[in-house]
Design a protein around this ligand. Structure first.
Ligand SMILES: [Zn+2]
Ligand SMILES: [Zn+2]
Length: 187
């Protein structure tokens, strides 16, 4: 069995975090990694204790949601809060960071940005990243497969087994196949 790559693993983690976003304008997740270890994670959301955009609607000022702290900033702030150094670390984000976040990532010493989707990539941000020697890589999530027809497949295999039971003369062969199915569906 082929193992999931680090890039795929960390990007999948960011997509999971994105599902926790409370600002629905854009669901973003970010994972800060150092030496192949996750040191922090963040998603788009309001300040702790404040209301959520998903409940109250976004607080729009000049076309931006003023309530939201971006996923990348939240991940950096988590490091600040708990005293975790970010210098020389890498970040995996579901969407290319905005100009403000790019500035913060550079200033926090992030050396590599892995992003899955382009998102209004700012030319000034690109220039700053280049000057700072921060490398950017596009990582598209391809390895992670979630089987959404799991239950249908299990029910289908059960129907096949029932058919087989009524028609077979080889009882032990049937029991073997049944046990195999049980193992496959973890029961
Ligand atoms: Zn919002
Ligand atoms: Zn941002």
């Amino acid at each position: 069995m082929e193992r999931i790559s680090w890039n795929q693993y960390f990007m999948a983690q960011s997509y999971l975090l994105a599902l926790r976003s409370t600002c629905t304008r854009l669901m973003v997740g970010a994972t800060i990694v150092r030496d192949k270890r996750i040191i922090a994670g963040g998603y788009n959301g309001s300040v702790s204790g404040d209301v959520h955009c998903i409940d109250e609607g976004c607080y729009m000022i000049d076309g931006h949601c003023a309530r939201t702290i971006h996923a990348e900033a939240n991940a950096l702030l988590q490091c600040a809060k708990f005293g975790v150094p970010t210098d020389g670390s890498e970040i995996y984000v579901t969407h290319f960071p905005c100009l403000q976040c790019c500035k913060q990532l550079i200033q926090a010493g992030i050396k590599k940005i892995y992003y899955a989707e382009d998102y209004n990539n700012h030319s000034y941000a690109m220039e700053l990243l280049k000057k700072a020697g921060v490398e950017t890589y596009n990582v598209v999530l391809t390895d992670l497969q979630i089987d959404q027809e799991y239950q249908e497949k299990e029910a289908y295999v059960d129907r096949l087994l029932q058919e087989l039971e009524t028609q077979t003369n080889d009882r032990s062969r049937y029991e073997m196949l049944k046990a195999e199915a049980a193992g496959l569906f973890h029961r």
